[in-house]
Write a new protein. Sequence first.
Length: 271
Amino acid sequence: MSRAAKIRVYLSAGLLTVALLGLMLCASGLSAAVGESDPKAIMAGVYQQDTSHDASLRATLEITDKDGHSVKKRFTINRVGSFGNGKTLVRFTEPAELRGVTLLSINEPGITDRQWIYTPATERVRSVPPRERSERFAGSDFTYEDVAERSLDDFTYQSLHDEDTIENHKTFKILATPVSPDRSQYKFIYYWVAQDVPCILHAEMYDQEGRKIREMHASGLRKASGIVGARRTEMRSLLEGTKSLLTIDELRLNTGLDSALFTPEALEKKE
């Protein structure tokens, strides 16, 4: 793997944390969206449902090319704080050439995400710049925008009358349109949000020419520590004929992670 390719993988990992912690975790019990007619309120329920203080995950990303050949990348994720105001550590465990690479991401309201990378080969920490939102992350079908922490106000929302049943859940169908072209690579996105839990179960993304270019589907809903979430999220690139599957292998919440570990200085002390 070239140095440039490795850097692309490293940078993508930090953004992946939001996809795993945001799209895959959904509050159990009554959904904030139930009975709502305001589509923005429904989407707010999706993004604001995770109330855990910290989380630890093991995850696998399986990337399949158009010929059916697959590769897997495994990593752990630790997070402290809340959605939009937290810190995450992503550490690759497989493949061997990425093992030990650790990325720290710090998110604060109104501030551009900050990221630092620790690489075992150089034994040093360096800061990294944000990436283009339309680039693929780690060679997968997820782009940086797909896995980034979205601002609710970057889109306008419209409720549609379709009431499809997906994964045995009745859903709200919502059309999301960027408030301006610089806020998204997409012209518009359709979301299917479960009515009983604030989870996005399906999404369709359209490019600036109005072509459907990606589909996302979440499945395998399970409960952990009182939180229901999807354990599998698949993204398909329709034009390229490729797909990528994110799987949560293990999830632990509110274990009392030490926030002192989530600093650039602490990265150099990692094994």
